[in-house]
Design a protein around this ligand. Structure first.
Ligand SMILES: C[S@@+](CC[C@H](N)C(=O)[O-])C[C@H]1O[C@@H](n2cnc3c(N)ncnc32)[C@H](O)[C@@H]1O
Length: 336
């Protein structure tokens, strides 16, 4: 099977699989490309859907936050578009892998890969460009153990709405409250009954919605596909002395069969990296009724231009608009 993503096509044409240095390499934050499942021995990713894909193909896969990581003889980092996150991965690889581990870095030119040599140099690593094609570049270097004193603080804290929010590079809304989320919380203040409810927050990010709900006494379950977001949500709840269940989950995948919620709330994703992707939001809406109690409600906020009215009508038969500030709209759909 041939590679289908540009980064993997570059790796495939480079035939580095024959390079003894890279035998048994680990794919770090890999894209969805079946070619990789043959070319790499295992994967490290913060994305639960990616980990599930590798595990269901019987290939070892772990989150970088997993304490029990397998030894890695060589690694290929798929450069993320967010520069802070790219830096986090370089630091993580340098801290986690033995000094001198062969490391390749591949990514799309418009995704910031050209910054890699400078960022490596800042970490004392020399690098060489090994290949370029398909609007991608491939660099080769080796890990370099950082000084013990230079361990970067990966989590950041900030204050919003009287709460401490903990975030992490690569987590949505890093360091600020999203305008859509603020409108959603304003609408929820009026729409949510004061009695304690069982509430599911889908795509919890830094945990702002979960913490807001837990602070009002609701029994919160938070899910996010991104392990950095799961960590951030847990830390946000803890930083505010709040409780909640937080799961790494591709939309509803990690929930127990038969669970029911009084409310499902979400500021759903519509991007993956920078590409528009309605897949998770589509599943959030189309499968919501199966996770709601009778009379339970789905409340979500979205940019006003996003096409959620039809899927909501299709799944619920109708919906109300709880708030609309022209840029964002808060929808409420009751389970029949
Ligand atoms: C727009 S952000 C909202 C974050 C946070 N709730 C807020 O309001 O600031 C969407 C979140 O959905 C998460 N996400 C993306 N795809 C997902 C999926 N398939 N399942 C669960 N969460 C997902 C992202 O990691 C991100 O944290």
């Amino acid at each position: 099977m041939s590679a289908r993503t540009p980064s993997c096509q570059l790796l495939e044409r480079d035939a580095f699989a024959d390079d003894p240095d890279f035998a048994g390499f680990c794919a770090v934050e890999p894209p969805d490309d079946p070619w990789l499942l043959r070319a790499a021995t295992h994967a490290i990713s913060a994305d639960e859907a990616t980990l599930e894909r590798w595990r269901s193909a019987d290939r070892p896969a772990a989150s970088p936050l997993d304490p029990a990581l397998e030894a890695v003889p060589a690694a290929v980092l798929f450069w993320p578009k967010a520069l802070k996150l790219a830096g986090w991965w370089l630091d993580w690889l340098n801290r986690t892998l033995p000094e001198g581990t062969p490391l390749m870095i591949v990514g799309e030119n418009h995704g910031g890969i050209r910054r890699a040599p400078k960022m490596l140099a800042e970490r004392g690593q020399t690098s060489a460009k090994r290949d370029g094609a398909r609007r991608c570049s491939l660099f080769v270097t080796q890990t370099r153990s950082p000084d013990a004193s230079s361990a970067p603080a990966s989590r950041e804290r900030f204050e919003a709405d009287g709460m401490t929010l903990v975030s992490h590079p690569g987590v949505f809304g890093h360091g600020k409250v999203d305008e859509g989320t603020a409108l959603l919380l304003e609408a929820l203040e009026a729409a949510l009954p004061r009695t304690p409810l069982k509430v599911l927050d889908v795509g919890s990010g830094d945990g702002i919605i979960s913490a807001w709900l837990a602070r009002r006494g609701h029994d919160v379950t938070a899910v996010d596909v991104n392990h950095f977001a799961v960590d951030a949500t847990r830390e946000t709840l803890a930083a505010n002395g709040l409780k909640g269940r937080v799961l790494a989950s591709d939309v509803y995948a990690a929930l127990d069969e038969g669970e029911r919620f009084d409310f499902i709330v979400s500021n759903p994703p519509f991007h993956q990296q920078r590409e528009i992707n309605y897949g998770p939001a589509g599943r959030l809406i189309s499968e919501a009724a199966g996770w709601l109690t009778r009379g339970g409600r789905l409340v979500l906020v979205a940019n006003a231009f996003l096409p959620y009215a039809d899927p909501l009508k299709h799944a619920f038969g109708g919906f109300d608009v709880l708030a609309d500030n022209r840029r964002f709209r808060v929808y409420q759909a009751p389970a029949r």
